[in-house]
Design a protein around this ligand. Structure first.
Ligand code: SF4
Length: 218
């Protein structure tokens, strides 16, 4: 299921990783979702380390190397979550679908937690989710079946070529999939007016802002 092999693991740890009982968790925190469809909702975030997509503008490059992030059990994740009033969990990365997310999703469901996934769509699905946001990256195209499963398509706009990339990805999503364009943060001054102009001409799209960055929360 998982396509992730971490170095320096014992056989037992590798087995637990593949079974989804251990995950290299970079950080966990309780905050407010700042982007996309679920903007404004309080949620517990867990960022899983490991990603090989390689976006040059990635703002979480420290997530790329999974081996530097502590292997964390599903029970430890649940215990941490229990410290907060959270009713929703955002599973993000890195690329979280490099791992088997089934045991984590099952444990969260038992606690009646809503689960939102943020993925580039480059790996097969594992686990079950209340909301799937696919954010396709031109460096590594998303899998067709992941686009078909998306409740939300969120395309990061770094430059003009991303509008054509965004349109290309719409051809595979289901009809009710919400379509978002999000100016890349470091380029937002330049690209924000272009995104606004594009949406005014193509109103099937909505704008997604990284509002957590504007209000200075994680
Ligand atoms: S897919 Fe996400 S985590 Fe991976 S490189 Fe791109 S922006 Fe960074």
């Amino acid at each position: 299921m998982t396509n992730c092999k971490l170095s320096n693991l014992t056989d037992e740890q590798q087995k637990l990783l593949e079974a989804g009982q251990l995950l290299p968790v970079m950080e966990m925190f309780y905050s407010i979702q700042g982007e996309g469809y679920n903007t404004g909702k309080a949620a517990f975030f867990m960022r899983i380390g490991g990603c090989d997509v390689g976006c040059h503008w990635c703002d979480v490059k420290e997530a790329w190397d999974a081996s530097v992030h502590p292997l964390t059990t599903v029970d430890q994740i649940l215990e941490n979550l229990g410290n907060y009033a959270a009713k929703s969990v955002v599973i993000t990365g890195g690329e979280p679908l490099m791992y088997n997310l089934e045991p984590l999703c099952q444990a969260l469901k038992k606690e009646n937690i809503r689960i939102f996934l943020e993925t580039s769509g480059t790996c097969p699905l594992s686990g079950s989710f209340d909301w799937i946001c696919v954010s396709p990256k031109s460096q590594q195209s998303p899998r067709k079946e992941m686009l078909q499963l998306a409740d939300e398509l969120k395309v990061i706009v770094y430059d003009e070529t991303d509008f054509a990339w965004a349109e290309k990805n719409t051809t595979l999503v289901k009809q009710q999939c919400r379509l978002y364009l999000q100016p890349e943060w470091s380029r937002s001054k330049t690209m924000m007016p272009r995104v606004v102009e594009y949406i005014l001409k193509n109103p099937k799209w909505m704008i997604s802002l990284q509002s957590h960055k504007y209000i200075n929360i994680p």
